[in-house]
Design a protein. Structure first.
Length: 69
C-alpha cells in the first residue's frame, strides 16, 4: 500500500507541477507545507485533505492509500 506522501507526489508529478506551483494553486504562501507532506514529516488536516481531493479529483480514501477493489 502506498503512503499519502507517495500518492501526493505522484499526483503532483502527473500534473507537471513543482511543489511551489502546487502550493500556490492551493493558496499556501510557500512550498514548505507540500514538502512536509511529501516527506512524510506531516499529514494534512481534514480541510486540507478535502482541498487536495477536490484539486486532484480523487477521493480522500485514495489520497490516504485505501484501495477497496
Amino acid at each position: 500500500m502506498k503512503t499519502f506522501a507517495e500518492i501526493l507526489k505522484h499526483l503532483r508529478e502527473l500534473e507537471n507541477l513543482t511543489q511551489a506551483q502546487l502550493a500556490e494553486k492551493l493558496g499556501f504562501k510557500g512550498h514548505v507545507v507540500i514538502t512536509n507532506w511529501e516527506s512524510g514529516r506531516r499529514m494534512p488536516d481534514v480541510e486540507n485533505l478535502k482541498l487536495l481531493s477536490k484539486f486532484f479529483k480523487v477521493s480522500i480514501d485514495y489520497l490516504l492509500g485505501h484501495d477497496y477493489r
